[in-house]
Design a protein around this ligand. Structure first.
Ligand code: TRP
Ligand code: SF4
Length: 472
């Protein structure tokens, strides 16, 4: 696809044409899902979250109060700005909706890709990211916050995942070259491990996880979804008219599977399956499981199926039973039964001064730890969608679609009514940019002041999240 854009997770975080992404990468459009979300968050309702992969299943899980989780991560490579705030709010929102929350501080990635020292990673990880996350409402119950470099389980899983991908694939996805360091090349595997580790036995077992991120991270999500399936010897595919069980390596015959399952069933009849195996099933599956696997085996023999060389086809209504049995098989054979994670994608904010928001241009962004009055000053200097003259603006109205100040409020002001008024006053030419900016700058200052207070409170609560405060 020579003329299609490449999404670069280590690029500048800028996308020209969002609808194009939906076409080029098979990212699904979010707005059709909106009516199904009971209490949509600000970014959903305002079209900032524009795309997803598989998020419909997450909505279903929220509605059914089924188990689900949210996982995302942050690279501690400097000050966290409003872009990171979006991810933080998305994590907190999903936690509020009943999900468990996992947050990775990607210090291995920051060290490998950005050359950040371990000390700085630690310091920024806590003071820029974790404090703000707590300030924005992350609760310690059902939350896990960790540094990649300190999580042996994630590192080990990364290694296992790395076995399943080769250089050609990495090159095709990320554009890696002969100059790319080995440490950098490992980062996608570590990130995939961040995303899949919550499904390990002992961390809650297989369940639906959603990864809210800027859309530049989609290549990681796609790879992770793929890798999830590569880790098991048998995979279950759901088609409209049939359920297909496929042997990934193409080595297992139907007879072998049935023989194996009978052996498993016999074992299970005598003694309950090891806790580790039980834990690798979601609650619903454990129920199926307890319903005696022998019965199911009987059922499976009565189920009509078609055996092909490398796959077996079943009728769709048997999906639950088939999944449970294949799940047991996979666990006994060293697989994981990972469910592919869902992705949820937001648009990037543009820079306050117009053009791109860049961490290296302070006027273009607002950092979460910056003094509220500095944030206020930046808004006053931001680029607007105002007209050339006052007369013109009164006659034609301003252009909020081209205004960084309007965008800032659209992303970060909670009050829908105030935002609507801002819009109407602007397009009606009833308020000029000077007055409008002054108002918006005041609102931003208020948001920043509240955040600052909450960050201060959060300092005393780090230990509730198992995080050590950095030496200061
Ligand atoms: N690569 C992400 C970034 O640059 C950080 C990250 C690490 C991450 N692990 C993750 C994001 C897991 C989502 C899920 O910001
Ligand atoms: Fe932007 Fe406000 Fe000016 Fe409209 S009036 S262009 S919203 S600053």
């Amino acid at each position: 696809m020579p003329d299609s854009p490449r999404l670069d997770p280590w690029g500048r975080g800028q996308v020209e044409d969002y609808p194009r992404l939906v076409e080029a990468f098979g990212i699904e459009s979010f707005p059709p899902l909106l009516p199904g979300v009971a209490k949509p968050m600000r970014y959903m309702a305002r079209g900032v979250i524009f795309g997803h992969r598989d998020y419909a299943r997450v909505i279903e899980a929220m509605r059914a109060r089924g188990p689900f989780g949210v996982i995302s991560g942050f690279m501690p490579s400097g000050r966290a700005h409003l872009g990171a705030k979006m991810v933080m709010e998305e994590i907190v929102w999903h936690q509020r909706m009943g999900g468990d929350a996992t947050v990775a501080i990607a210090d291995m990635e920051a060290h490998a890709v950005r050359g950040v020292s371990w000390e700085k990673c630690r310091e920024w990880g806590v003071s820029e990211y974790i404090l703000s996350l707590i300030a924005l409402g992350l609760k310690p119950k059902n939350a896990r916050v960790y540094f990649q470099s300190e999580n042996r389980q994630v590192q080990d899983l990364a290694f296992e995942l790395a076995k399943e991908a080769n250089y050609s694939e990495m090159k095709a996805i990320y554009g890696f070259t002969g100059e790319t360091t080995l440490a950098h090349m490992l980062c996608p595997a570590v990130q995939a491990a961040d995303i899949l580790a919550p499904q390990l036995p002992g961390n809650g077992g297989p369940r639906l996880l959603v990864v809210p991120v800027g859309v530049d991270q989609d290549p990681h999500i796609r790879l992770t979804r793929d890798m999830a399936a590569r880790m098991d010897p048998l995979i279950v595919e759901h088609h409209q008219k049939k359920v297909v069980v496929r042997s990934r390596k193409g080595r297992i015959s139907l007879k072998e599977i049935i023989d194996f399952l009978e052996a498993v069933a016999e074992k299970i009849e005598k003694e309950p399956p090891p806790v580790e195996i039980q834990q690798s099933f979601s609650d619903q599956r454990i129920e199926t499981f307890r319903g005696s696997i022998l019965e199911q085996l009987d059922a499976i023999k009565k189920i009509r199926f078609t055996a092909h060389e490398q796959h077996i086809e079943f009728q769709p209504r048997t999906a639950g039973v088939i999944e449970a049995i294949v799940g047991v098989y996979n666990r006994y054979e060293g697989g994981y039964n990972f469910l592919p994670p869902a992705g949820l994608y937001h648009r990037f904010m543009s820079g306050l001064t117009g053009g791109k928001m860049s961490s290296s241009v302070p006027e273009s962004h607002i950092a979460l730890s910056e003094p509220p009055k500095d944030a206020e000053a930046k808004v006053l200097k931001a680029r607007t969608g105002g007209r050339a003259t006052e007369e013109e603006q009164r006659r034609l109205g301003g252009e909020p679609g081209k205004c960084a100040v309007y965008e800032l409020m659209q992303f970060h002001l909670d009050d829908d009514k105030a935002l609507g008024e801002m819009h109407d006053l602007c397009v009606g030419g009833r308020r000029l940019c000077g007055a409008c900016k002054k108002w918006a700058a005041g609102e931003m200052r208020g948001i920043m002041e509240e955040h600052r207070e909450k960050r201060e409170e959060a300092r005393g609560r780090l230990d509730e999240f198992g995080v050590k405060a950095p030496r200061s």
